[in-house]
Write a protein that binds this ligand. Structure first.
Ligand code: NAD
Length: 334
């Protein structure tokens, strides 16, 4: 049995992680979940936002899956999610999106993955006023060769492993010549490395990319980009396939990986058995692939697809199934 840390989070986090546990158990996945929590619910009970036992569990297991965490304002952390990414150097934000059956969207054939650099760029938090009157503010965008190399390398390795013949690098190097220029040049260098002869590097400027994605999203398979652009593009593409309720994701470093449902804690529907567990379930499928448990990832993914094909879905997707009914249907379809 492989041990994995399960962080339910807050709000609907409890309902969706219960769904994950039930589906994994029914599919006889050889994983034992070690439950540890962080966020507002834990804080209210224990006075700690991230208990020491959570760090220990993540560091021991090297792999975790989490629901949405609410970070209380003014308690020492800007965001627990961002803190964990930084602490464990989870530099690769992995966001797959695909068209799902039974979910009405504008396009029928989307199947792409965005690799977003997660630790640098404009999100390093270095902002300041430049004048006493606080009328001029600046933010630093830091791009490093090392940071660019490792995320772009991930994207190329992913393309190679999955027989995808194109990687699209998204940038604004025509204006930001040093920062985005370094990112783009690194992509050009990596594309010349041995082993990537069958992978074409496509270069697209961020503004054009937005237009392309809402007109021809089927053309893209693997996109790699910097922190801010990746943040925006990954939610844009999630919207094209049904919204954040169906969007899986992961934050991956060289040592530790944390898979996650991308949406928030949805306080408006928490505790009402209405939450859509798809995002955490599909994150679970990606986690099983990462752990090379392909037999189980395929089995669970097929059961999810079959359930959606039969028209069973939760209210956010226009259906009328509760969280537990939807989960039960997936289990029946395993
Ligand atoms: P949200 O994603 O929680 O909710 C936005 C809307 O989407 C709501 O109407 C909600 O009901 C709906 N929704 C979201 N996920 C759903 C699901 N799985 N099934 C059905 N409906 C779903 O965004 P918000 O309201 O901006 O944020 C609420 C809290 O979540 C905030 O405290 C925020 O800090 C936190 N948050 C956490 C994460 C994370 O841990 N990764 C991400 C975003 C927001």
């Amino acid at each position: 049995m492989k041990k994995v840390t399960l962080i339910p989070g807050d709000g609907i986090g409890f309902e969706i992680s219960q769904s994950l546990e039930k589906v994994f158990k029914a599919a006889k996945v050889p994983i034992e979940f070690e439950k540890e929590n962080a966020g507002t619910t834990v804080y209210e009970k224990t006075g700690e936002l991230i208990p020491e036992s959570l760090y220990k569990s993540v560091e021991k297991n090297k792999i975790a899956i989490k629901g949405p965490i609410t970070t209380p304002i003014g308690k020492g952390f800007r965001s627990i999610n961002v803190y964990l990414r930084k602490k464990y150097d989870l530099y690769s934000n992995f966001r797959p999106s695909r068209t799902l059956p039974g979910i009405k969207t504008r396009y029928d054939n989307i199947n792409l993955v965005i690799f977003r650099e997660n630790t640098e760029g404009l999100y390093i938090g270095e902002e300041k006023y430049e004048d006493d009157k606080k009328n001029v503010a600046v933010a630093i965008k830091r791009i490093t060769k090392k940071g660019s190399y490792r995320i772009i390398k991930n994207a190329f390795e992913y393309a190679k492993k999955n027989n995808i013949d194109k990687v699209t690098v998204v940038h604004k190097a025509n204006i930001l010549k040093l920062t985005d220029g370094m990112f783009l040049n690194t992509a050009r260098e990596i594309s010349q490395e041995a082993g990537y002869e069958n992978i074409k590097l496509e270069e697209v400027i961020i503004d054009n990319m937005c237009m392309q994605l809402v007109t021809n999203p089927e053309k893209y398979k693997v996109i790699v980009t910097m922190n801010l652009y990746g943040d925006i593009l990954s939610d844009l593409v999630a919207g094209l396939v049904g919204g954040l309720g169906v969007a899986p994701g992961a934050n991956i470093g060289d040592d530790i990986a944390i898979f996650e449902a991308v949406h928030g804690s949805a306080p408006d529907i928490a505790g009402q058995n209405k939450a859509n567990p798809l995002a955490i379930l599909l994150s679970g499928v990606e986690m099983l692939r990462y752990l090379k448990m392909d037999e189980f990832s395929t089995k669970i993914e097929n059961a999810i697809l079959k359930t959606l094909e039969s028209g069973v879905k939760t209210a956010d997707l226009g259906g009328n199934a509760t969280t537990s009914e939807f989960t039960q249907k997936i289990i029946e379809n395993l």
